[in-house]
Design a protein around this ligand. Sequence first.
Ligand code: ZN
Length: 252
Amino acid sequence: MTPDDIKAAELSQHLKAALGELSARIVTRINPRARRISLRLDPADGCIVLVRPRGVSAKAATRFAVEKRYWIEDRLAALPPRIVFRDGVSLPYLGVDHVIRHAPEARRGVWRENGTIFVSGNAEHLARRVTDWLKTEAKTLISPRARDMAEALGCKVTRISVRDTRSRWGSCSADGKLSFSWRLIFAPEPVLTYVAAHEVAHLRYLDHSRAFWRTVSEALHAYGTKSGIETTTPELAREWLHGSGAALHAYG
Ligand SMILES: [Zn+2]
């Protein structure tokens, strides 16, 4: 344990004593460059982040959090409720509602059929299995799209990965690695395709210039023509993500 870890443990004890249950929703961080204590909401993780400079004592940080108690409660209360994967819960698969059904006797893993996602095995593993399955589905859907579009543009993808990225739906590195949020599996298919096109277009332009946006449209057009699968415009997809994207973080 580093001195910072010990300080963090001490602070979490103080917070627990002062705020009870509420303290479980507060994550503390030390930032040596911070000038004072601050609080911010992390909507993706559904928690409050308390950032403090190194010299601030656990007591002072706790006093600060107690003073801001109502602010903390209000922010957390305004978050969409978290949706835990269990039997009977509904989730959007490519934007279409599907109900999770536990099928303990079946030995088929996880499978999708007529608006239902069936999960075999023990109930205690259901949430994890659904999550793993959704991540695999996301990758299975995104990868061929990204590869097809990169090929259409004459660009090279070196790797495609799917992760739990919080702040971005996708990213592209200068050496051709694309990464996507697995939560795109909840979005309507044209939105998922758009995000793939967006990152693929970054293989050509690492900026958001007009030439870049033209490339996004070009990639979408090429994909739509080749696959016959409906695509949307970057504008509509971005509008959708802006309005509905945050809600995708409530699942799982
Ligand atoms: Zn971009």
